[in-house]
Design a protein around this ligand. Structure first.
Ligand code: C2E
Ligand code: MG
Ligand code: MG
Length: 696
């Protein structure tokens, strides 16, 4: 999911301003090339058109001269002189045959190729003016560069001349009518008379103000067009950047808190993780869950709940340093990326954050569960930071979530670090879930029985059916390792059915064998007790085996009494109506259930093993037990003491009138066949049991 979004993000980035910037640069380069080529083409065109006009006039004169030469008519010189152009006719040895006007030709130059002629034209420079000058001849600028490159000397000479004859104002004010134009004398040479002679004439090459205006106009128009395109592109780029920023903001912003969201966390967080530089500072990925959020919404509306989420987000964010991240990722969960130096200081810091959050609302105390995954501060042999390019922040966050989930259902705030034990636990849960159905079908679950004896007479008064999993893969597994998993995933209802059926079946068999049967209790999970037809289900299962109802007792744990009380009373009433006894298991194990005793018509009170663990000071434990027994008696309930391991406890309980004892002192839970022997014996054979060896 995340990786698809990242791909989409990259696409947005590519299609955004980057494309426009590339286009902008390409355009700029093309424009520069175009400008240079255009200027060259324009310049060449203007120059060539000027020179060619002169060239054609000189070619015409040369033609006339050739005609005159053929006809031997000397008047041809008069005719040519009338043209008013300085010219020279030389023979191939350089001797001047005829000359008109002042001969300032340097006879130095080169052949110039012009695009409009196929051949090259021989051009000589003027010996006096090898530079551009205004028509009135008062300013000289180097023009040699057009064909020869810059001529420093001429430039200097031109400058001197300019200083003498024209002031700057005149030069720059070239629109004034009297300064007609810039020009440069060239001498164009034509081979005539079968290359026996050379006709050289002065080509007064000049640019007038209109030509300059034209060039300037075209350049300005070109620049304006380009400037407009530039501005348009620039605006497009800026708009692209703004648009992209808005898209990125949307992409990274959480709707509820208006802060960072999950995408921000995985993209920016992963970047942070990959560029770790300081070997003493590591990163911690944190999953912070607002425990009571749903309840708060139920009581105060979702709107107020979201307000609270915003406050949680702001409070956390205010406690983060630069380069640390807080993101709101799901309804009640936040993901954090924190920097830490050592585990202990991180733990202290997290507790500090949680303490601050617990009291964000004066009228409530909230709980927060925090799962932490530390990214190892890897360094190489030289002590340098090992950069982890392969790091996957989603995977690391998942570990933090697993740590958080391991806290369980408590409303109290807690901080748990992910470790190998958690991985093991997670793997175990996975294996159990994978195999549970198959195990049930293969009858891998065994029913163990733990007898309940009368402490005064040592007679068997009852038993409790306790499940064991005899797994071919894991061996004999005690219920503490799989019952909580089944309670969470709902498989417990099938287990409860299985146990009731087996107990009913075994009881019927023992009855048929002529054994004096006593009630055997079966644990029914609180998850199961919510079912409205539970009493009917139990009745039908027991009836299916033909077992009398009074031989099956139903045990409910104390915590179950906090669920729907009315539904529970109804089920208990029904069960009792069908003749089943109902007992409260684990009385006194944590929740105060005195109130439940008032409302529920129960038959048996099972005192939790906790009463008999450790030495309570000043005999206080004994006082509590004795009062609990008295209370049960007043309510017409029988009492069973669980977890009794030593003789002293048995004697005390007997003296207080406790009806039954279920504990290792008498017997530990045992397989069916072993129990059958105890059943037949009907009385306990006492051997103090080594308690430690019983713990599985
Ligand atoms: P529970 O129903 O309170 O069962 C009593 C537990 O206390 C049993 O543990 C039993 O072996 C243990 N116990 C009894 N006497 C002593 C003693 O003297 N010393 C010590 N240390 N322990 C003693 P077990 O069999 O491991 O069962 C644990 C819990 O698992 C049960 O507590 C019950 O809540 C649950 N459970 C067991 N079987 C089933 C079942 O078939 N269905 C359901 N829903 N839960 C079951
Ligand atoms: Mg029990
Ligand atoms: Mg119990």
């Amino acid at each position: 999911m995340a990786s698809t979004n990242i791909k989409k993000l990259k696409k947005v980035k590519r299609s955004g301003w980057i494309g426009s910037v590339i286009a902008f640069f390409v355009f700029t380069i093309l424009f520069a090339i175009g400008l240079v080529l255009g200027a060259l083409a324009l310049g060449t065109y203007v120059l060539e058109s000027k020179i060619s006009t002169e060239y054609e006039a000189i070619e015409y004169m040369a033609g006339i001269y050739e005609k005159g030469l053929k006809s031997g008519d000397d008047r041809v010189f008069d005719f040519l002189d009338e043209e008013g152009r300085a010219y020279i006719i030389r023979d191939k040895d350089g001797n001047v045959i005829h000359q008109n006007g002042e001969n300032t030709c340097s006879f130095e130059g080169e052949k110039v190729k012009m695009s409009r002629y196929k051949y090259k034209i021989m051009v000589y420079r003027d010996s006096e003016k090898d530079y551009i000058y205004p028509e009135n001849g008062e300013l000289n600028l180097d023009f040699g560069e057009i064909y020869d490159g810059i001529n420093e000397e001429n430039y200097a000479a031109a400058d001197d001349e300019a200083d003498e004859d024209i002031d700057d104002e005149d030069f720059f004010n070239i629109e004034e009518k009297d300064v007609k134009m810039l020009g440069m004398p060239l001498w164009i040479s034509l081979d005539i008379n079968n290359s026996q002679q050379e006709f050289i004439a002065k080509a007064d090459y000049r640019l007038n103000i209109h030509d300059l205006y034209l060039i300037l106009g075209i350049v300005i128009a070109f620049l304006v067009v380009v400037a407009v395109i530039f501005i348009m592109m620039f605006v497009k780029i800026i708009r692209g950047i703004i648009r992209q920023k808005r898209i990125m903001d949307l992409f990274y912003t959480d709707d509820v808190t208006q802060g960072n969201n999950w995408m921000y966390f995985i993209i920016k967080g992963e970047q942070q993780l990959k560029k770790r530089r300081n070997k003493d500072v590591g990163f911690a990925i944190v999953n912070l869950s607002f425990v009571n959020y749903r309840n708060y919404c139920v009581c105060h509306s979702v709107k107020r709940g979201e307000e609270m989420l915003r406050r949680v987000y702001d409070t956390i964010s205010s406690k983060l340093d630069k380069n640390e991240i807080c993101s709101h990722v799901t309804v009640e969960e936040f993901a954090l990326l924190l920097r830490y130096e050592d585990e202990e200081s991180l733990r202290v810091r997290l507790h500090g954050i949680v303490n601050g959050l617990e009291n964000i609302d004066m009228n409530h105390k909230f709980g927060f569960h925090v799962g932490v995954e530390l990214i190892d501060k890897s360094v190489d042999e030289k002590g340098l930071v090992v950069k982890r390019k392969d790091i996957d922040i989603e995977k690391e966050y998942n570990y933090a979530c697993a740590a958080c989930v391991s806290i369980g259902e408590t409303d109290e705030s807690e901080v748990v670090f992910f470790d190998d034990k958690l991985v093991e636990e997670q793997r175990w849960i996975d294996k159990v879930q994978e195999r549970q159905s198959q195990a049930l079908a293969n009858e891998e679950f065994l029913v163990y029985y733990q007898p309940k004896y009368d402490p005064k007479t040592n007679e068997l008064r009852g038993a409790e059916a306790l499940i064991r999993w005899n797994s071919p893969e894991f061996g004999l597994v005690s219920p503490g390792r799989f019952i909580p998993i089944f309670e969470k995933n709902g498989f417990i209802t099938e287990i409860d059915h299985y146990m009731i059926q087996h107990v009913a079946h075994d009881q019927k068999q023992w009855l048929d064998k002529g054994i004096k049967c006593v009630p055997i209790s079966v644990n029914v999970s609180r998850a199961h007790f919510i079912e409205s037809d539970l009493a009917e289900q139990i009745r039908d299962m027991v009836d299916a085996e033909g077992t009398p109802h009074e031989l099956v007792e139903i045990e409910l744990t104390e915590s179950a009494f906090f669920d729907d009380k009315n539904a529970m009373i109804k089920t208990i009433d029904k069960l009792k109506g069908y003749g089943f006894a109902v007992s409260m298991d684990d009385f006194g194990s944590g929740y105060s259930s005195l109130n439940s005793l008032k409302d529920m018509p129960l038959d048996v009170l099972k005192l939790d093993a906790d009463f008999f663990r450790g030495d309570a000071k000043d005999g206080r434990g004994e006082i509590v037990v004795s009062e609990a027994i008295k209370l049960a008696k007043h309510l017409n309930m029988r009492t069973v003491a669980e977890g009794v391991e030593i003789r002293k406890q048995v004697d005390f309980l007997a003296s207080q009138g406790c009806d039954m004892i279920q504990g290792f002192y008498f017997a530990k839970p045992m397989p069916r066949d072993e129990f059958e022997k105890k059943y037949e014996a009907g009385k306990a054979e006492i051997d103090d049991v080594n308690v430690d060896s019983e713990k599985q």
